[in-house]
Design a protein around this ligand. Structure first.
Ligand code: DC
Length: 222
């Protein structure tokens, strides 16, 4: 039986940074499910779909073949055979993913892929519904969060570090809007699983969070 760690939490809580580092330390595969929803959103954007039109999203969803492979431990997301990693981490694609991911047909397709990956590999998987829906029997569940102010500040500093000009208040408003959509949608809303360990990273450094999760893994006797 495979060993699975589920990590959920709102946008900007540091899930991917933390999960990637824990994966390396604990020799797990890191599965970034947000990237799968982003690849699906990219397909919709490229197809010129009206993101308010659910029927169009459902129709286009069928023709998107999304698969995952690993190159030197790095997750590569393929959309109809093309490596699309370079196009996934833009604000436009993130926003489109937040609009298309509530559609049940989109979720069904990607959840099947996620469950299969977790069955076949020891992994740490991050997203919004991993502990509640995708891996309800994960050996460890973490709910990673931080205050909206801290998450906005981190995102702001990341963008400034890349040389982009941005507005902190705007970033915070975008995060609040995305949180609302992720937490209030009908299908698999973001919430803490009843058996998840809550880790609030507002006042924690990255190494401290990684240590904390690795400690939880050890305590469960992996
Ligand atoms: O974690 P992220 O920013 O890459 O996720 C992009 C969007 O995908 C986010 O708005 C919510 C959605 N998502 C989801 O609904 N379920 C997941 N398991 C992962 C992401």
């Amino acid at each position: 039986m495979s060993y699975n760690v589920a990590v959920d939490g709102p946008a900007g809580a540091g899930k991917s940074t933390i999960a990637r580092a824990v994966a390396k330390r604990e020799h797990l595969i890191y599965v970034d499910t947000g990237a799968m929803y982003r690849a699906m959103a990219l397909h919709m954007l490229r197809s010129g779909v009206n993101l308010e039109d659910k029927a169009q999203i459902v129709a286009r969803c069928q023709e998107a073949d999304i698969s995952i492979r690993y190159e030197d431990g790095v997750q590569v997301v393929c959309l109809n055979g093309e490596n699309v990693n370079a196009y996934l981490r833009t604000e436009q694609v993130g926003d489109a993913a937040s609009r298309t991911s509530p559609v049940p047909e989109v979720r069904k397709k990607l959840v099947e892929l996620q469950k299969k990956l977790a069955e076949e590999n020891d992994c740490i998987m991050d997203g919004r519904d991993i502990g509640t829906r995708v891996l309800p029997h994960a050996q460890l569940k973490i709910y990673l969060t931080a205050s909206v102010e801290v998450r906005a500040r981190r995102r702001y500093e990341e963008l400034v570090g890349k040389g982009e000009t941005c507005d902190l208040a705007r970033i915070q408003a975008d995060i609040e809007e995305r949180d609302y959509r992720d937490m209030h949608r009908e299908e698999s809303p973001l919430m803490q699983a009843s058996d998840a360990v809550l880790v609030d990273t507002s006042a924690m450094g990255v190494e401290e969070v990684i240590d904390r999760i690795c400690q939880e893994i050890r305590q469960r006797g992996r």
